[in-house]
Design a protein around this ligand. Structure first.
Ligand code: C2O
Ligand code: CU
Length: 460
């Protein structure tokens, strides 16, 4: 309706030789400082940076196949850019400052416009000094709807974050790039929030069916979520539907930047409380989201859901006889890295540390002019990720989805865009390099990315 009217208006405008439709200004996405009540009631509000002054920023929601357009308006005191995490996008719209675009200076704008080929749960976040900007709140959910949505009673999008706040002032601790964070597990916070709140409440009825879209927007924390009074299935990972949904049991691990779509039934009884719980290392849990249950939607649970409709088919990578590139991760505290190349110079670990650099991929620290690999358009690439450090890393590939090559070397894991590689592990991924451009490949523990764990892949 709206579009129709708009078309009419613009049609009239064109007749008067006014700007044509394509020159009409897109909707804006303003990055600006603001305040948010993150800490419990009684604490002061926290100064944040947010899209439209919110954290998470506005929910961007569109139909599969639609085109998304937003004009980034930078009202921050620093340059920024926006990355659309998980979208198979035109390289020029990928938002990586210094690789796919220049950073957008304060007061400037940048027009993003791209198609949405896949339905699923995605997110957007700043990609200029992201270890600081994401920690300050510059992220939001990007939901692309299937044409045929599953039957559910309600949907919730939960953007989880881990803030580091001062205990008295509740302000974001300004120690970005603290050596300990850079060299250990990354910037861990001290208050976990869901959609910007530490005690999110919901209401539901027994036997209702909910779709939960989980997004880990934390800088470094690997979440271990579990369901209490809810039972269901993992339907999609990193936005991509699973061919065979799996029971959502035990700890649901979600590394930074990863997403998980669940369909759950409320099994808690009337007057009970259901929870999305976060477990700590000692097996204790606390509630991320609590549902007060009142009444019953029906007397019985429904049959298991059908898988989500598949996205446009992506070529399945062949894994035998394809080029394999090794990515050896080294460094960090308690690591074995003695020296590595940084800025064209070979430096001892101590000298790297002085520059805030702690990690190397194949002996090189940070992104250089040379990509990790150059792939011909359509070529299959296999990457062997060797984690020779004592920390876990969540490797994210821009622009394309990959599959994990499972240990038996014959089966492939589901399509993903971010893979958690635990300490000491070797894991392999494979993908068909079908999206031309310069694509970042980095650890999504954002302090690690800033301290050396960033490389890129060229597809041409
Ligand atoms: Cu979610 Cu390179 O980022
Ligand atoms: Cu890492």
């Amino acid at each position: 309706m709206k579009i129709h009217r708009r078309g009419l208006l613009l049609g009239a405008a064109a007749a008067l030789a006014l700007p044509s439709r394509s020159e009409a200004a897109p909707r804006t996405l303003v990055a600006r400082p603001s305040k948010l009540q993150i800490a419990p009631e009684g604490y002061p509000e926290t100064d944040i940076w947010g899209f439209e002054g919110q954290a998470p920023g506005p929910l961007l929601r569109a139909r599969q196949g639609a085109r998304l357009q937003r004009r980034l308006v930078n009202e921050l005191p620093v340059p920024t850019s926006v990355h659309w995490h998980g979208i198979r996008i035109d390289n020029a719209m990928d938002g990586v400052a210094g690789l796919t675009q220049a950073p957008v200076a304060p007061g400037e704008t940048f027009d993003y416009a791209f198609d949405l080929p896949d339905a699923g749960t995605f997110w957007y976040h700043a990609h200029t000094n992201s270890y600081e900007q994401v920690a300050r709140g510059l992220y939001g959910a990007l939901i692309v709807e299937e044409a045929d949505a599953p039957e559910i009673d309600r949907e919730d999008i939960f953007v989880l974050d881990d803030w580091r706040l001062d205990h008295e002032t509740a302000q974001i601790s300004g120690d970005f790039g603290a050596w300990h964070d850079l060299s250990h597990a990354g910037r861990m916070g001290n208050i976990l929030t869901t959609n910007g709140k530490f005690d999110l409440k919901r209401a539901a009825r027994r036997n209702e069916r909910l779709r939960l879209r989980l997004i880990n927007a934390a800088n470094a924390r690997i979440l271990a979520l579990s369901l209490v009074g809810l039972e269901g299935w993992i339907m999609a990972l990193d936005g991509m539907p699973l061919e065979h949904p799996v029971a959502a049991q035990g700890a649901l691990r979600l590394a930074p930047a990863q997403r998980m779509d669940l369909i759950v039934d409320v099994t808690a009884a009337d007057e009970e409380t259901a929870h999305l719980a976060q477990m700590d290392d000692n097996g204790k849990w606390w509630s991320q989201v609590a549902w007060d249950i009142t009444g019953s939607a029906s007397s019985q649970r429904r049959p298991a859901p059908m898988p989500l409709p598949p996205n446009p088919r992506q070529a399945v990578p062949g894994v035998k006889g394809v080029r394999t590139v090794t990515l050896a991760m080294e460094g960090g505290a308690m690591g074995r890295l003695q020296a590595a190349t940084y800025g064209g110079k070979r430096l001892a670990f101590r000298d790297l540390a002085e520059r805030g650099q702690f990690w190397a991929f194949n002996g090189t620290v940070g992104r250089t002019d040379a990509p990790l690999a150059e792939a011909a358009l359509g070529e299959t690439l296999r990457i062997r990720i060797v984690n020779d450090t004592v920390f876990p890393h969540a490797m994210h590939l821009h622009g394309m989805h990959f599959r994990e090559v499972m240990k038996d070397s014959d089966s492939l894991g589901p399509l993903r865009d971010t893979l958690l590689v635990q300490r000491g592990e070797t894991r392999e991924i494979a993908f068909v390099a079908d999206n031309p451009g310069d694509w970042l490949f980095h650890c999504h523990m954002l302090a690690h990315a800033a301290a050396g764990m960033t490389t890129w892949i060229k597809v041409a």
